[in-house]
Design a protein around this ligand. Structure first.
Ligand code: AMP
Length: 224
């Protein structure tokens, strides 16, 4: 099974991607993870990509496209793959489609988690981390996981501890806007890539506004 997953930062794409990956038992290939691994190993690819990543820009297509097309040729990808974070623009979508056509590889499923830009931004900025347990989800903008209140203070909704923190990069509005600027760009950005696939294959769209559980139930139902 060969799958693409799209969704803006803040849409829960990572969480849903992990669920889809489990369901189909295919490797989860994430461009961002590959870049970070190359950066930490100080490979030539990592050295080239680092400056772009640090500035919040896309790594140029002439580096990213061959990297992913090569990754898809590795042994574990023979049984299928879930590609996450690629394509991120129209040129990458065209290159992927052309490569798949050439190798006679079918793109089985394209998933889009649909979420408006304002909600996606709030989701990121509203995240609160419980210092007692990283797996206690709290978000001041999501009703289902709103922190509780005790003596006028917000506390973890799961364990009640007062140690709720924000992550610095979650509060960087300019960085979020930059990433979303690329995603929501319908001319050449990620939404242009999604549109490109809509014209060529079936795209499963799930409404990202509900909670993680509802989104994954909807997704599983649509995946059949
Ligand atoms: P991510 O972990 O998906 O947020 O990716 C982290 C960074 O890696 C992005 O901000 C980009 O700089 C770079 N990156 C990830 N995927 C791509 C891609 N498909 N094309 C170009 N750059 C990418």
């Amino acid at each position: 099974m060969n799958i693409l997953i799209f969704g803006p930062n803040g849409s829960g794409k990572g969480t849903q991607g992990a669920i889809v990956q489990k369901k189909f038992g295919v490797p989860h290939i994430e461009t961002g993870v590959i870049f970070r691994q190359n950066i930490s190993k100080k490979t030539p690819l990592g050295e080239k990509a680092k400056a772009f990543i640090d500035r919040g820009e896309l790594v140029p297509d002439d580096i990213t496209i061959p990297m992913i097309l090569d990754r898809l040729k590795e042994d574990d990808a023979k049984k299928g793959w879930l590609l996450d974070g690629f394509p991120r623009n129209l040129a990458q979508a065209e290159a992927l489609w052309a490569a798949l056509q050439k190798e006679n590889i079918k793109l089985d499923i394209v998933i889009e988690i649909d979420l408006d830009r304002e909600t996606a931004k709030k989701r990121i900025m509203g995240r609160r981390l419980c210092k007692t347990d990283n797996n206690h989800p709290n978000n001041i903008y999501i009703d289902a996981i709103k922190p509780a209140e005790k003596d006028g203070k917000i506390v973890c909704r799961v364990c009640g501890c007062e140690e709720l923190a924000t992550r610095a990069d979650d509060q960087d509005a300019a960085a979020i806007d930059k990433r979303h600027g690329i995603y929501y760009d319908t001319k050449t950005g990620t939404l242009a890539a999604v549109h490109y696939f809509k014209e060529r294959t079936k795209v499963i769209i799930v409404d990202g506004r509900s909670g993680v559980k509802e989104v994954s139930e909807d997704l599983m139902k649509k995946l059949g």
